[in-house]
Design a protein around this ligand. Structure first.
Ligand code: SF4
Length: 335
């Protein structure tokens, strides 16, 4: 059987550099069945395959609509169906990912002058979900179908011992009642690990801080500070975290999303003001913001302000040394 696997984000997004976990699981499953699996990098000649799987994570990644009509094509993922995405069968969902699916593609990128460090998620990491779900149901989040965080897969399901590092994609790991056992298991591997989607800082306790900050963590600890209404709690937990670590604590700061669904001038002004409040609190505790803009910021009369703040915050080398005014002057940005 000939199988084509298409990671639509890889084709449709120039700067995308993260492997698609579903594609790797499909590949692992079908290779085990004896199929010839090919990572397809375009939408040509798909009729030559017995089955074609297309997956995408981002809703705005383009995919030719006529391709989705072909009888041998199956497509899925949040990029197509958002929170209504059909689940994979249990045997595929829990299959060991094929960490070699992207090997040829990575080799080509490197041969063409790509830097090795840009492809480490393809080459160095075991990737998976220990838990899934979240109870918070933030209105801007795809995670609307769960009321709690539950154990999803054993580490052994996706751990490739030959890989140097581990990357978890969990939505809210610290919200899972079994976080401690899972963290102990991660630490016992001796490998650096990270939670790429960020951790919920509001759930930190002394016990969690002690366990988390004593681990061999890979890169910066990343949390989220999405709503200025949480400022008091977030700040309290920053003080707690600082009892256990001096390391860089980075916070995703989501912005440009009107929870009241009005999108008027008052919202845009207040939203920027609230973002500054969050940045100020983070600065006070020697933490770094990483500004994430909801795509409707493009409609804002203050679009340029959002861009400047994001560029300033998201480049720590500037953020640590220059004020926003100095940064903007340097870039000749006019507010
Ligand atoms: S806390 Fe995070 S994962 Fe949970 S609903 Fe909010 S944004 Fe989504």
């Amino acid at each position: 059987m000939r199988i084509a696997i298409i990671d639509a984000d890889l084709i449709g997004r120039k700067r995308h550099k993260f492997p698609n976990l579903v594609c790797m699981k499909l590949s692992g499953f079908y290779k085990e069945q004896g199929a010839l699996v090919h990572l397809k990098l375009d939408y040509e000649d798909l009729q030559e395959y017995d089955k074609v799987f297309i997956s995408k994570v981002f809703t705005d990644t383009p995919v030719p609509s006529e391709v989705l009509e072909l009888p041998n094509v199956t497509y899925g993922g949040t990029g197509f169906f958002y929170d209504k995405a059909p689940r994979l069968s249990e045997e595929i969902e829990h299959h060991m990912p094929d960490y070699h699916l992207y090997d040829d593609w990575v080799a080509k990128q490197l041969a063409a002058g790509g830097k090795k460090c840009e492809y480490t998620y393809y080459t160095d990491y075991s990737i998976g979900f220990l838990t899934r779900g979240c109870f918070r149901k933030c209105s801007f989040c795809v995670n609307q179908n769960y009321d709690r965080v539950h154990v999803h897969s054993a580490l052994s399901e996706f751990l490739d011992v030959s890989r140097k590092k581990i990357c978890m994609l969990d939505d809210n790991f610290l919200g899972c009642p079994s976080w401690k056992e899972m963290l102990d298991e991660l630490k016992a591997t001796g490998k650096p690990f990270q939670f790429k989607q960020g951790l919920d800082e509001r759930l930190l306790t002394d016990e969690k801080c002690e366990a988390l900050f004593s681990g061999k963590y890979d890169g910066d600890f990343i949390f989220a500070f999405d709503n200025v209404a949480d400022a008091e709690l977030i700040e309290k937990k920053m003080v707690l975290a600082r009892k256990y670590t001096d390391r860089v604590l980075k916070f995703y700061c989501f912005t440009g999303f009107d929870r009241a669904d009005k999108w008027d001038d008052n919202f845009w002004k207040q939203d920027i003001f609230d973002l500054f409040t969050r940045i100020e609190i983070l600065m006070k505790h020697k933490c770094l913001p990483y500004v994430m803009r909801f795509n409707r910021y493009e409609e804002s009369p203050y679009r340029g302000v959002y861009i400047s703040i994001a560029r300033w915050c998201n480049q720590p080398s500037f953020f640590k040394k220059k004020s926003l005014r100095e940064f903007a002057e340097l870039n000749e940005k006019v507010f």
